[in-house]
Design a binder for this molecule. Structure first.
Ligand SMILES: *Cc1c(COP(=O)(O)O)cnc(C)c1O
Length: 395
């Protein structure tokens, strides 16, 4: 049998046994096999700004970053990260001691958990959660304690009593994500104030994944958790260039936090990749300094795409949670007479020629996630139009 030795011990260890393969591999294979439009995985089908691509080419040609860059990241990028943070949200970080460049947000999450979590520590995370959280908690030997975001009217909300009840004497940290993948929820000032209050009261560290900080729509506002009272020095903030600049293949991410926390995360990170993406670091430094018009244009572009997909999905009969952020729409399939997101997504490529992802994979409480299905809208408008036409025909 695959994955077994003759003595029947599985190759994959117990910590990772439940993470065999990701749903994205299965769904992308289905998309290829059926020729369906892939709205499953969240990567843009159009590359980021030409001038930033040229900046990467220039760095390569000029021999900047072709050899190991400094462990914490090249100074140009660390300065650009702190300048961007100051300009966006008034938070001041020291580029020399309070910034660490990582191989995407994914490594930042892994290194942070490997550094901060002792085996047996509890990590409270919002559910549904980004799939790497559960695996990283497991690799660190921690125990995940999910707090479920529940749909109420138009959005998924955090139940503050549930959050409070999830914290015990063994809780090491809270793992937050806003804007939130996959629900598209942007945590409100009230919700964030409560999270901050709880962290201060129980003296907890907080890790906050804010890779969609620039993808916030309509009246919603992205409020960095580190800016709340008492949070500056207990919060590890994780960012990434992938989503903001549509270069998900470059894998340039970062951590900003107080010096002692950055130093701890660096201890783990130096034995994961040590360093990565040398020339791309210089290009991302230029990207972060782009004028507001870039960020505004990117956002309005994504709003238009969200609206095409949200309208089409509603017309096709889905229950639609109109996202306030990210580039995902979570839908409810019960109005279509369906209740099992897994079965629905496995059949959808054949039925309609579209690929989506069952939200249940982002839940421990699979029951709670069963009727929800996620679609990505970081695709060309004509692709979204074609996908929604197909879904309407299915209905
Ligand atoms: C895409 C994504 C990441 C991973 O970012 P990379 O920079 O590509 O590693 C992390 N967190 C969330 C919520 C994401 O959606």
């Amino acid at each position: 049998m695959a994955g077994m030795t003759s003595t029947a011990r599985p190759y994959l260890n117990r910590r990772l046994a439940e993470f065999g393969t990701t749903i994205f591999a299965e769904m992308s294979a289905l998309a290829t096999a059926t020729g369906a439009i892939n709205l499953g995985q969240g990567f843009p089908d159009t590359d980021g700004p030409e001038e930033i691509r040229e900046a990467a080419v220039r760095a390569l040609r000029d021999g900047r970053g072709n050899q190991y860059p400094p462990g914490p990241g090249v100074p140009e990028l660390r300065h650009a990260i702190t300048a961007h943070q100051r300009r966006r949200c008034g938070l001041a970080y020291d580029p020399d001691t309070e910034v660490l460049v990582t191989a995407g947000a994914t490594e930042a999450i892994a290194a942070t958990l490997l550094a901060l979590v002792e085996p047996g520590d509890e990590v409270v995370a919002l559910e549904p959660y980004y799939d790497s959280y559960a695996a990283s908690i497991a690799m660190a030997g921690g125990r995940r304690v999910p707090v479920t975001l529940r749909p109420a009217e138009d959005r998924f909300r955090l139940d503050l009593d549930e959050l409070r009840a999830a914290v015990t004497d063994r809780t090491r940290l809270l793992l937050i994500n806003t804007p939130h993948n996959p629900t598209g929820t942007v945590l409100t000032r009230e919700e964030l104030t409560a999270i901050a209050g709880l962290a201060v009261e129980r003296d907890l560290l907080v890790v906050t994944d804010e890779v969609y900080e620039h993808l916030v729509f309509d009246d919603a506002e992205h409020l960095p958790l580190a800016s709340f009272p008492g949070m500056r020095d207990r919060t590890v903030t994780i960012g990434s260039a992938g989503k903001t600049f549509s270069f998900t293949g470059w894998k340039v991410g970062w951590v900003t936090a107080a010096p002692a926390l950055v130093s701890a995360v660096r201890s783990a990170k130096q034995y994961l990749t040590y360093v990565s993406a040398g020339p791309f670091q210089y290009a991302v430094a230029e990207a972060l300094a782009l004028p507001d018009s870039y960020f505004d244009g990117f956002r309005s572009d994504m709003v238009a795409r969200r609206d095409i997909l949200a309208t089409g999905l509603a017309e096709a009969g889905f229950g639609v949670f109109r996202p306030a952020g990210t580039y995902f729409i979570t839908t409810d399939i019960r109005p279509l007479g369906e209740k099992d997101g897994f079965a629905f997504c496995r059949a959808l490529p054949e039925r309609a020629g579209v690929v989506a992802v069952p939200n249940a994979v982002f839940y421990d409480d699979r029951e709670a996630g069963a009727p929800f299905v996620r679609f990505a809208f970081c695709k060309k408008p004509e692709i979204l139009q074609e996908a929604t036409d197909r879904l309407r025909r299915m209905a």
